[in-house]
Write a protein that binds this ligand. Sequence first.
Ligand code: ADP
Ligand code: MG
Length: 399
Amino acid sequence: MNIHEYQAKQILKEYGAPVSRGVPVLDAAEARRAVETLGGPVWVVKAQIHAGGRGKGKFKESDAGEKGGVRIAKSEDEAVAFVEQMLGKTLVTHQTGPSGKQVGRIYLEEGAAIARELYLSLLVDRETSRISFIASTEGGMDIEEVAAETPEKILTFSVDPATGIQPFHGRKVAFALGLEGQAMKQCVKLIDTLYRLFVEKDCSLVEINPLIVTESGDIKCLDCKMNFDSNALYRHPEIVELRDETEEDPKELEASKFDLNYIALDGEIGCMVNGAGLAMATMDIIKLYGSEPANFLDVGGGATKEKVTEAFKIITSDPQVKGILVNIFGGIMRCDVIAEGVIAAVKEVGLQVPLVVRLEGTNVELGKDIINKSGLDVIAADNLADAAQKIVKAVKGGA
Ligand code: ADP
Ligand code: MG
């Protein structure tokens, strides 16, 4: 799960990490009060969306200003004007994809006097099963770019969970970042703080880009991206509260309510499959036969008729879907339950696109029988390759 920059900074602040003063706002009146509270003389107006690269991003609307989603204002009026320009507009960055994200709130922050911009992040390294740090002197730009062009400028190491975070870890980062004096001490403390925060809050990523050295020689977290392990959210009600549903794909949101494992993709063939492995294989074979999956969907082992109906509704609500492939191996799941679910869903929402169904396993004959007797225009398939070929053919025209 993702949260906004202003929420991440609130958590950083609670842990005692250095952040700037700021106020999130939803409209011009709130912005006016916030700029007065902050006092200036420089305000930074920051669009809050779940994507990075805002500073270099561009708004789709021409009246939103040319300068992207992070703007420096030199007067109260200018700051409020920037807020008004950005609110409700669509910001496109290299992380949002071409459709962009609508800006629903703005973070107003005091301007910092920046001497240097650095990079610091923590993530779960799946290879070592440990928390890793990444630090670089090249802050404010994409770490992927730094890694590709100047990998020698990146320090990475992981922390042994048995001994935990130690002062030498902090000194290692401070040395790599060229920090001295008070900044070095602050860095050692920050590394300790971030590690603790990461573990206690079950994060999967904390990225501070940039971490800055101010002109007075202090370090500060100027931007923060924080992601959390969804499987651990049950023990963090305070994090769940930070969820911004407007940032999520509505289809994925709907799917999560029914406990379906659904990820929206860009292709044209909607897939309904049971089991993550079979779902991956189905996506692969659709690609093999020349098309693209519109989603990943694992209805799970214990799916009910209602769950299957919901899954089907979510798939058909996607205007990109030009055909549907139902691929079920009935192990725990019974084929007749799937068949009933599909039929109930088709009766409820109608069927505008070709549908190929491949059933195998428990009660397969019963399942096929239910579908055949339903009178629906369903294309039956005998195996995975046959099913994929049939749906691709039907979608590409010719069937
Ligand atoms: P993004 O990564 O989405 O572009 P950032 O928060 O990193 O957004 O902001 C982009 C750049 O704007 C930063 O690299 C920094 O140079 C500048 N900036 C951001 N916040 C402040 C601030 N409070 N004071 C001064 N400059 C800022
Ligand atoms: Mg940034």
